[in-house]
Design a protein around this ligand. Sequence first.
Ligand code: ZN
Length: 430
Amino acid sequence: MRLLMQTALCLVVIWFGLLGAGPVTERQGEVALDAAYAGLASEVATAAERVAPGQAVQSEEGAGSLILADQLVDYSAEEAKAAAKPTVYLTFDDGPSELTKEVLAILKREEVKGTFFMLGKEVKQYPGIARQVLQEGHAIGNHTYNHVYGELYGDFAVFAKQVMDTDDAIFKATGVRTNLLRAPGGTFGNFDQGYFDALAKAGYIVNDWNVDSGDSKRVGVPEKEIISAVEGSRLSGKVVVLMHDSSIHGESVKALPEVIAFFKKKGYQFSVLTDQVKPIQFRLAATLKWKRAKVTAAETLTLVQYTAKTRAKPAAPNTQSLLVHAGERELQFAPQEYSMQSGTIAVPLRQLAIGLQGIIRLDMTNGIVEAVVNNQSVSWTASEAGGSGKSLPSRIMVPLRETLQKFHIVINRIAVTADRREIWAEPSAI
Ligand SMILES: [Zn+2]
């Protein structure tokens, strides 16, 4: 039975006028959302405050030096209270590489998840492996593009550029944007407050570590040494382990099963770093390893604008009703009846079609919905309508502008006031 529901008779509405299509944009809304985003970023900055500096230490990634608890901002006490079990975050830096596949196989076999801080240049070379990391449920973080300390820490503009290039490379390979970031070599002695502040303002979460596997303190650190470095570390309720999965780290892969077994035996649960996990950060060093100019406001702004542009903005709840004038028809949608995200308004198809004196036909057998409006017939499959398989959702939401265009109706004006969004549309000349 094809015709299950006919909600209205098709009336051909006569439209007049030749109209140009105006873009549906709402600067006012975007500005408000930008402000909300900026607010979020500054909260992140506050959350990442670090403890006051104590004695100076060498704490370079791969230097294998012991990291003392008082050198870290350690949120473990607070988080351990909340967590039923102590948590370990295994992190793998400098990949992806061919070895990453072996790491993934071990993690899969052991049923644990990890976090991979990737270099943009390696992501570009191994996009399929980057994708596999994500598909298997692990987290991805940004580890800059080329890892060259002299470039990254000689000039913040270069650091920022590498972060953005890597962000883009990860997005291109995996389809996701990551806010997780690890500084090559760690932040200690490399970052000044300007680096921390600019990255926090842009929404990046800088993660150092509190257990160094020592797998990078020289080339070819043997498996046994890696295992004993981990086992000999001071452990807390929240452990972030530094390991590496670039092509030269075969010994790390060999050590990994035993590292995992060690934390399992100690009763740790394994988790991935996210935006919601407070980062472990080294405190600021009294003296930097580098001589460079201060981070400028313009450099910070470039990075802030980049993330504002590339991240989906959170959907603000509608407070306004939506009024659509289409020729002589007037359609009203209450705030809860439509959605507005990133400049796109979605409305219920049935309400739209009926309001425009069209008809809707639901073909439940084949999972197809057809709307005829303004003499134009448009169909959606169940999956296009937001359902699955051949099952149509109970409420079908469609993008307003695009759907009107399919009905040969164009939006030519939009106005926004405190209590409503108002749109004027007319049929286009055929
Ligand atoms: Zn690294």
